[in-house]
Design a protein around this ligand. Structure first.
Ligand code: G4P
Length: 521
C-alpha cells in the first residue's frame, strides 16, 4: 500500500465530554468494536473496571474520573483509529489542550438529559480555536432525554455552531426504540440488549413506513417522532461536509453507548466524514504535507510509570508527516542531537505492543529515558515551525514538604519527572521545599498521590496565599516590589507570584513597561 493510501486510512481523534456524559463507556465500546477488548468493561463495577484500557491509573479508578490522557489505537473496517483520551475535568485543561493539538477531529459527547454542560463548552472552544471538525453524539437516549429540537437548539445557541442531525431518535428513556437515518431514509430499530452487553446491539433496518413503528411506540411517542422527522427534514439545513470540515457545522447522531445502540452507526459515519491527516500550517507561513518523504512528529505528552512493572517513561508522539520505521534516526532540534528510535510502542491503555511502521496521523509511544520534553520536535528534514504547545500561568500554589527525609533521592526524581509530564509546574526546584503551581486543586491531589504511589515519597503540600502568576524578563526582576514574590521555573525563568488578582492588576497599571507573560518565553 502506498503512503498516501495508508494516510487516507488514518483517523486521529479525541472524545470531548463533560464528566459523566459517558466518555469512558463510549471508549470501551469503540475498543470493543475495534476488537481491542473482548468484553466491555461495563460488565464490571466501576471501581474494578480493569478492562477500561484508558482508565489505568488507580486514582482515576477510585475517583471514577478520567484525569490522565492515554492514546489508543484500534482498527475498524480497514481504518486505523488513533483515539486520544482527554481528561474531562477542568483542572486538567492544560493537558487537554495539548492533546487536542495532536488530533484531526473530535467527537463531542452530550448527555441527552443534560445537553451542553460547562466543560463541554470549554472543550468545544479549544477544538474550535484549533479549527478541527466536531462530530456530535447525543448519548444516554435510553434515559429520559430532552426534546431533540431543544438539544439541537442548545448546541447552536450555546456553542454557536450550526447543528445538523443525521439521525432522529425514536423516543427516549423506556420509550427509546431506535433512530431514523435522515439521509439514508432508514429506520434502525433497537432490540434491547443486555445493559453493557459485549456485542453490537441487534438491530433491524427498515423504512419510515414500516407498520411495526406504530406498534412498538405508543401513540404519543409515534406521533411525536413522525412530526419531528417531518420538521427536521423541512426546516433544518442539509448536512454539508465542507462546512463540517471548516468547523462551521456539526453533524448530530443519537444513541446509547451503554446499550451499544447507535455506536456502530456513529463509528461508520465518523470514519466516512472525519478527515484523514491533512496539511499543517506552520508559524512561519510554510506548511507540512503528511505525504512528505521527510518524517516529522512532535511530543505532546509524557507519562511516567504507565506500567508499574516497566517503571519507564513514555513520550507520546503525533506523526505529522512521512513514515516512521523502527530503528530510524531523527533529529531532535532542541537537543541539537540525533536520536535512534529503537523501541516504539502502540497502546491499548496498559497493553503495549512494539510497532515497526507508522505513518502520519498515527500516535506512537517512545520509551523515554529522560530525553524528550513536551513540545519536542522529531524530524528527518527541515525543522517545522509548529505552533508552541500551550502552558498556562498557574493560579494556586503550595510548598512541598517531604515528610520522610530518607526518601530524598526519590523525592527529587519524582518531582522532576512529574513536572516534566506537566502534572504540576515546579518553581525553585533546587530548594529543599520547592513550590508547585497548578490551575486546579485536583492537579495537586494527583501530584501528591503519584509521588507516594509511584515513588514511595510522602509529602505534605502547604497552601501558599497567591492567586496569580506571570512570567517576566530577567532584566525586570528588580522592578518587582516587596509584596510580590519572585520564583524561578525549571528553566530558570523568573515568575512573579501575586497575592491577589487585584495586586496583579495594580502591578500592571504601575509598571506598564514590564512585560507580563502567561507562559514561559
Ligand atoms: P465519563 O467517562 O464521561 O465520566 O462517563 P462514564 O462512561 O463513566 O459514564 C458515567 C455514568 O453514565 C456511568 O454510570 C455509566 O454507566 C453511565 N452511562 C454511560 N453511557 C450511558 C448510556 O448510554 N445510558 C445510560 N443510561 N447510562 C450511561 P455510573 O452509575 O456512574 O457508573 P456505573 O456504576 O454504571 O459503572
Amino acid at each position: 500500500m502506498s503512503l498516501p493510501e495508508k494516510i487516507a486510512q488514518r483517523r486521529a481523534f479525541a472524545i470531548i465530554a463533560h464528566p459523566d456524559a459517558g466518555k469512558t463507556t463510549m471508549t470501551e465500546k469503540l475498543l470493543l468494536y475495534g476488537g481491542a477488548i473482548h468484553l466491555a468493561g461495563h460488565v464490571r463495577a466501576k471501581k474494578d473496571r480493569k478492562s477500561t484500557r484508558s482508565d489505568w491509573m488507580s486514582m482515576e479508578q477510585e475517583r471514577g474520573i478520567s484525569i490522565s490522557t492515554a492514546a489508543m489505537q484500534f482498527e475498524y473496517n480497514g481504518f486505523v483509529m488513533n483515539l486520544l483520551d482527554t481528561p474531562g475535568h477542568q483542572d486538567f485543561s492544560e493537558d487537554t489542550y495539548r492533546t487536542l493539538m495532536a488530533v484531526d477531529s473530535a467527537v463531542m459527547l452530550l448527555d441527552g438529559s443534560r445537553g451542553v454542560e460547562p466543560q463541554t463548552i470549554k472543550l468545544f472552544h479549544i477544538c474550535r480555536e484549533r479549527g478541527i471538525p466536531i462530530f456530535t453524539f447525543i448519548n444516554k437516549m435510553d434515559m429520559p432525554a430532552k426534546n431533540p429540537f431543544e438539544l439541537i437548539d442548545e448546541v447552536e445557541k450555546v456553542l454557536g455552531i450550526s447543528a445538523v442531525p443525521l439521525t432522529w431518535p425514536m423516543g427516549s428513556g423506556k420509550d427509546f426504540r431506535g433512530f431514523y437515518d435522515l439521509e439514508k431514509d432508514e429506520v434502525h430499530l433497537f432490540e434491547k440488549s443486555e445493559k453493557g452487553g459485549a456485542y453490537a446491539a441487534p438491530e433491524s433496518v427498515s423504512g419510515l413506513h414500516d407498520p411495526r413503528l406504530s406498534e412498538i411506540m405508543d401513540e404519543y411517542t409515534y406521533n411525536f417522532f413522525m412530526e419531528g422527522v417531518e420538521i427536521a427534514k423541512e426546516v433544518l439545513p442539509p448536512f454539508d461536509r465542507e462546512k463540517f470540515l471548516n468547523g462551521e457545522q456539526t453533524p448530530v447522531l443519537f444513541g446509547s453507548a451503554i446499550t451499544n445502540f447507535g455506536v456502530a452507526h456513529m463509528l461508520h459515519r465518523f470514519i466516512e466524514l472525519a478527515p484523514p491527516p491533512g496539511e499543517i500550517l506552520l508559524n512561519n507561513g510554510k506548511s507540512i504535507h503528511p505525504e512528505s518523504s521527510d518524517f516529522s512528529a512532535f511530543v505532546f505528552k509524557l507519562q511516567a510509570n504507565m506500567n508499574k512493572q516497566h517503571r519507564d517513561r513514555v513520550a507520546f508522539v503525533r506523526i505529522t508527516s512521512g513514515t516512521f520505521e523502527r530503528g530510524m534516526t531523527v533529529k531532535v532540534p532542541r537537543l541539537n542531537k540525533e536520536v535512534k528510535l529503537t523501541s516504539p510502542v502502540s497502546f491499548f491503555g496498559q497493553e503495549r505492543s512494539t510497532i515497526d511502521i507508522a505513518v502520519a496521523g498515527d500516535i506512537i509511544g517512545l520509551i523515554n529515558p529522560g530525553i524528550y520534553r513536551i513540545g519536542d520536535i522529531l524530524t528527518t528534514g527541515e525543522i517545522p515551525d509548529f505552533r508552541p504547545l500551550p502552558r498556562f500561568a498557574p493560579d494556586i500554589f503550595s510548598r512541598i514538604v517531604l515528610t520522610d527525609t530518607s526518601r530524598q533521592k526519590h523525592y527529587r526524581k519524582g518531582i522532576q519527572e512529574l513536572a516534566e509530564e506537566g502534572v504540576v509546574q515546579v518553581f525553585n526546584v533546587s530548594d529543599q521545599n520547592p513550590i508547585v503551581g497548578a490551575v486546579g486543586q485536583l492537579q495537586f491531589e494527583v501530584f501528591q498521590f503519584r509521588l507516594e504511589d509511584e515513588y514511595g515519597v510522602p509529602v505534605r503540600l502547604e497552601p501558599l496565599g497567591f492567586e496569580a502568576s506571570r512570567w517576566i524578563k530577567k532584566e525586570d526582576v528588580e522592578k518587582v516590589g516587596r509584596f510580590d514574590k519572585i520564583v524561578h521555573d525549571d528553566a530558570g525563568n523568573p515568575v512573579i507570584l501575586f497575592e491577589t488578582q487585584y495586586r496583579l492588576n495594580s502591578f500592571m497599571a504601575n509598571n506598564p513597561d514590564v512585560e507580563l507573560r502567561e507562559h514561559p518565553p
